[in-house]
Design a protein around this ligand. Structure first.
Ligand code: ZN
Length: 217
């Protein structure tokens, strides 16, 4: 029952998940192309994607890269120039992302600007170990998933009615966001971003402390 991906062997799917999580940081240093040690792992992982054919754009992978360390978002470029993100979690589970998973991703993406703002106005001192570092992660003191659940407890939302748009951003990468031209979705987006602004307690954690916290969560 072992799962082999490139030169790596995994006993359980959760071990693959752990391996990807642990390596996002290293992979963020550059392209993962054929010369990269983990290319074969990544390639074979990608080939498990439930919508592989659609994701290949009639081409094949030139390289993979990390677009967001915080959201652990991976992307790729094809030889024909097509670029896209992909859900490595779907590659592990081999199930298509549910609408709810897309909504969660869009909710994370829609508050990215608040997190970027926080980064700009605060000193980067880790709240756990007091190390003052240039590059700390911005962490949700109350885990994001709790904030998410609290929001849905307070507000009546018809999740199936929320419209998702996967437009390309300036880097030609498809991002999962809300379709703000849809009136209902726009009102939801406004409430959520306001809610996040008021209720999210952001703090700095150094890489190590952040890793430990995420493991506990
Ligand atoms: Zn720390």
């Amino acid at each position: 029952m072992t799962i082999t991906l490139g030169d790596k062997k995994f006993k359980y799917k959760k071990d693959i998940k752990q391996f990807v999580s642990d390596n996002i940081e290293n992979w963020a240093h550059g392209k993962i192309d054929k010369k990269h040690l983990d290319f074969n792992f990544m390639y074979e992982l990608f080939y498990r994607h439930p919508e592989l054919e659609r994701k290949l754009y009639g081409s094949d992978i030139e390289y993979f890269h990390v677009v967001s360390k915080r959201n652990k978002q991976l992307a790729y470029k094809c030889f024909n120039g097509s670029r896209d993100t992909f859900s490595w979690k779907c590659c592990i589970s081999q199930k298509s992302p549910s609408h709810l998973a897309m909504v969660k991703m869009a909710m994370r993406n829609s508050v990215d600007f608040q997190i970027a703002e926080y980064r700009n106005i605060n000193n980067t001192i880790c709240v756990d170990c007091s190390n003052n570092l240039l590059f700390c992660d911005v962490d949700h003191k109350k885990p994001f998933i709790e904030l998410f659940n609290d929001f849905f407890e307070e507000y009546e939302v018809d999740i199936p009615d929320l419209k998702i748009s996967t437009k390309r951003n300036l880097d030609e990468i498809k991002t999962t966001n809300f379709d703000l031209e849809d009136e209902y979705t726009k009102s939801f987006y406004d409430e959520w971003t306001k809610y996040h602004y008021v209720n999210a307690i952001l703090q700095y954690l150094c890489k190590n402390c952040h890793k430990n916290k995420t493991k506990k969560e």
